[in-house]
Design a protein around this ligand. Structure first.
Ligand code: C5P
Length: 230
């Protein structure tokens, strides 16, 4: 079983390339950013104020705990259809809104919240490793900010995907034009890097700068790294 961990800042193309990589090898795919986004969406949905200054960390932690232990949260690890659900409602699109993008760092910055999500993410990876009944049992691609360093430092392939800030902002702005909410990547990276260090590769982690690479070239580089590990 191959575990592929991919970290990187906002707008680097982690989700699209990780998903394509998982599809290529018929591996499972876990978007951990979608899990943090779903938590922010759920808190807002429960009427919790996530704006700086008014943040009730304990209320957020309890609400996120209930989201997971109460069985409200579901995520599909099928790279062909990676849905996020809350109480049976598909929130995959809602979690990409600018309302969520601008508040997700407030939620992911709360350490007890991270502990809940890290445990859940490890459980998904472990489940793929042990359950033979899953069709994607040969491997999993998990992507986020702390996968190579905290969630799965023992992964067979660990990559830090990076790109220059102006390139990343341009990619996100392009996505916003196509329908995803506006996103200030620099502000989010600044807030996120207070809690997780994803701007520098950890020990043994391969850095791949895709500023001047096409999507296909980035994917090819990732495919080679996985092939080397198989
Ligand atoms: O990957 P994406 O940009 O969708 O992530 C949304 C947010 O989730 C990040 O800005 C960060 O606050 C949080 N996150 C995190 N740790 C991860 C993945 C995402 O803190 N492993």
């Amino acid at each position: 079983m191959i575990r592929v961990a991919i970290d990187g800042p906002a707008g680097v193309g982690k989700s699209s390339t990780s998903r394509a990589l998982a599809s290529y090898f018929d591996f499972a795919y876990l978007d951990t950013g979608a899990m943090y986004r779903a938590c922010a969406w759920w808190c807002l949905h429960q009427g919790i104020d996530l704006d700086a200054g008014d943040l009730d960390e304990q209320a957020v932690t309890e609400t996120v705990g209930d989201f997971f232990t109460g069985g409200h949260f579901e995520i599909s690890v099928d790279p062909g259809d990676p849905k996020v659900m809350a109480d049976g409602t598909d929130i995959s699109e809602a979690i990409r809104s600018s309302e969520v993008s601008s508040r997700v760092s407030a939620v992911s910055g709360i350490i007890p919240v991270r502990h809940v999500l890290i445990a859940a993410q490890r459980a998904y990876i472990e489940r793929e490793r042990t359950e033979e009944s899953y069709s994607h049992g040969a491997g999993i691609v998990a992507e986020g900010r702390d996968i190579t360093t905290v969630v799965a430092p023992e992964a067979e392939v660990r990559v830090l995907l990076t790109a220059r800030e102006e390139v990343r902002q341009a990619r996100r702005t392009g996505q916003a034009v196509k329908g995803t909410g506006a996103d200030n990547v620099a502000a989010r990276d600044k807030a996120d890097s207070q809690v997780t260090s994803f701007l520098k590769a950890g020990d043994g982690v391969t850095t791949l700068d895709n500023s001047d690479l096409t999507f296909e070239q980035t994917l090819d580089s990732l495919i080679s790294l996985v092939r080397d590990a198989i």
